[in-house]
Design a protein. Structure first.
Lengths: 426, 221
């Protein structure tokens, strides 16, 4: 009964413990590190206008800002035009109001709004000010406050995540949602390699079991990636699902591997099943590479990293995010390979059982298809606090998903132990 | 090469002998177009027309390839297994499917034009569209042949082919719908040329893959 013994060596346990520690670090840093300051919204009200001058009141809604700092300054900027705001009043740390005065003829229709302070440094809101009711005249003169740019504060913030408009606090999902896909790809890669060896050895069932185990665990991560992505999309793009090459690719990936399990379910002969499944797996994996890596680059996409949309890495995967993201990926991957090892033990035991049941392809796809018709009420729950509840929701989905997996796996492992101890050994 | 040619002729003759084979496919294609015509009630918008054309082609293709192994009688198949090289069998099968599907693609397009108009396509664009459809049929043929052979070896029929095949033909469908949309919206032919190249590459890629992997399905050992 060698297949029932856990062959795990001490070195592997060390890696696993390191993985757990990495995940603990990931969760601590994901929820513990503060978000940098940023401007959520700018409200502009036109005030009275006298002759050549127009006055506007700006109300800035900040997130994680320190507007109550006395050094806070506000100015509008477009190219090299610069207008300082006056009468800056803060109503708390994250609300600020000020006045700007402009000539009725301005050189540009919209300006970016900048705030500078001793604590926050410089933060901005693109096109926050639109010159409604003013004449846009090419090359119109505009007084430049030359001195303003010379003595700006650099900011005095500790370790923090970068603020992105619209994404806000939900940038923390980078450490939760994205590694799901990395882990899935690692597991599908393992399965791909094992399928090649299955075919090389003419339908070797040992290799085949490795392939199916990693697909099952990878599929679990894929479904968690879809669910968490769907939640994140709802509160950044406004819909649970959008027609997007990256999302289609992700969905099709899950479908292909569900098909892989369906194919296995319909063949009884072990050797034939190993060969058929391996052929399908190789074929499927290669088409997925085309679908996920090649085609999306030729189409426009909302999703970062694809199409006309730059990846996080190109402009805002800053040092803080790197320090959290890479350990997170490594931690999730170690967990994934650990789950693969557990699944492999279970699969081996199943094939050795006399009454080998057909393993069911248990994919909670139904959950994906059930989207509530009216979800506007959810905005009040998820959009508060800089979308922090989205991060919590994503974490809960992942933790619940993985907890379900581990409870099932541990139950099966228990059954394995019971059945082996009950078997008479002669 | 002779063996491939011989097998191809054999499949073709088997098709002609069992009259329901080809006739069934033609009937399926015609009925699907007619059903679509009834559903959209007359002449649809170009976008709808485009979508219908590709969906009908997809269904016809699935129906077309799913007969792949059914029509070989057991004894004939057993004989072929012992005498024919798998690569030659695969090539002949793929060639046969590709030709049948290309014919069906033309039929679908012609019948759609008859019932639902040609979505105001000029003649040169219509030829481009027909070429795109045939190229798609080739790509679908090479991809689905392997999947139908897997499903046939697994001992199940149409259902499993669809489950295995639908996700995997999605790249082809994505490329060909964007090709069709480009042609219908009046984009210059030169600007949508890359879509033709994509389709060709997908067809060639899955053809090569099928040829490499098929021998593993063929052997019984």
């Amino acid at each position: 009964m060698t297949h029932l013994q856990d062959p795990t060596s001490k070195g592997i346990w060390a890696v696993r413990i390191a993985g757990i520690l990495l995940l603990v670090y990931t969760f601590v840093i994901t929820f513990g590190v503060p978000l940098g300051p940023g401007i959520e919204d700018v409200h502009v009200t036109a005030l009275e206008r006298d002759g050549q001058q127009a006055q506007f009141e700006l109300v800035l809604q900040g997130h994680a800002t320190h507007f109550d700092d006395a050094t806070t300054r506000v100015f509008l900027k477009r190219d090299n035009h610069l207008i300082s705001a006056t009468q800056i009043r803060s109503a708390g740390a994250d609300v600020l109001s000020c006045l700007v005065t402009l000539p009725t003829a301005v050189p540009a229709a919209s300006f970016d709004v900048y705030v500078n302070g001793k604590v926050d440094g410089t933060i901005s809101y693109a096109n926050g000010f639109f010159a409604a009711g003013l004449d846009v005249v090419e090359g119109a003169p505009l007084n430049r406050d030359e001195g303003t740019l010379d003595n700006l504060y650099d900011g005095d913030l500790g370790f923090h995540f970068p603020f992105q408009p619209n994404i806000m606090e939900s940038i923390r999902n980078l450490m939760l949602h994205v590694p799901m896909w990395f882990t899935m790809f690692l597991l599908m890669g393992i399965s791909f390699a094992q399928s090649i060896r299955t075919l090389r050895l003419g339908g070797d069932s040992g290799r085949d079991l490795k392939a199916v185990s990693s697909v099952k665990v990878g599929l679990w991560f894929g479904v968690l990636g879809l669910l968490t992505g769907s939640l994140w999309a709802r509160f950044t793009w406004g819909a649970w699902w959008v027609d997007d090459p990256q999302l289609n690719g992700a969905f099709v990936t899950v479908m292909v591997y569900a098909g892989y399990l369906a194919l296995r379910g319909s063949v009884q002969d072990t050797k034939l099943r190993a060969r058929l499944a391996a052929v399908y797996n190789l074929f499927g994996f290669c088409l997925l590479v085309v679908l996920l890596m090649v085609l999306p680059r030729f189409t426009e996409s909302l999703h970062p990293g694809k199409g006309g949309n730059p990846a996080f890495s190109s402009y805002d995967l800053d040092s803080a995010l790197r320090a959290a993201f890479y350990p997170a990926v490594l931690g999730w991957m170690i967990l994934g390979t650990w789950m693969y090892a557990v699944q492999l033990r279970i699969e081996r035991w199943r094939t050795h059982r006399a009454e080998a049941q057909l393993s069911k392809a248990c994919v909670p796809l139904g959950m994906l298809l059930v989207t509530p018709t009216s979800t506007s009420g959810l905005d009040r729950v998820f959009m508060v606090d800089g979308k922090m509840p989205v991060v919590t929701g994503v974490a809960v989905i992942i933790l619940v998903g993985l907890a379900i997996w581990w409870v099932r796996a541990l139950n099966t492992l228990n059954t394995m132990k019971e059945t082996t101890s009950n078997t008479p050994t002669t | 090469m002779r063996e491939t040619w011989f097998l191809f002729r054999h499949f073709w003759q088997a098709d002609l002998k069992a009259q329901h084979g080809i006739a069934g496919l033609v009937l399926f294609a015609v009925c699907t177009v007619y059903a679509a015509y009834q559903v959209v009630q007359g002449r649809p918008e170009p976008e709808t027309w485009n979508a219908l054309a590709w969906v009908i082609l997809l269904f016809t293709a699935f129906n077309g390839v799913s007969r792949t192994l059914e029509e070989d009688r057991r004894e004939v198949l057993a004989y072929l297994r012992t005498t024919v090289q798998p690569l030659h069998y695969m090539l002949a099968r793929t060639l046969h499917n590709v030709i049948v599907l290309s014919g069906l693609a033309c039929l679908v397009l012609g019948f759609m034009g008859l019932l639902m108009g040609s979505a105001d396509l000029s003649v040169s664009r219509l030829i481009g569209f027909a070429l795109g459809m045939m190229l798609t049929a080739v790509a679908l043929g090479t991809t689905l042949t392997l999947l139908a052979l897997i499903a046939a070896r697994a001992g199940s029929g149409f259902g499993l082919t669809a489950v295995l095949g639908l996700p995997l033909v999605l790249p082809i469908v994505l490329v060909s719908t964007s090709l069709g949309a480009d042609l219908l919206s009046g984009v210059l032919l030169a600007d949508t040329w890359h879509n033709f190249a994509f389709l060709g590459a997908l067809a060639a890629g899955s053809g090569v893959f099928g040829a490499v992997l098929f021998p593993y399905l063929w052997r019984d050992a």
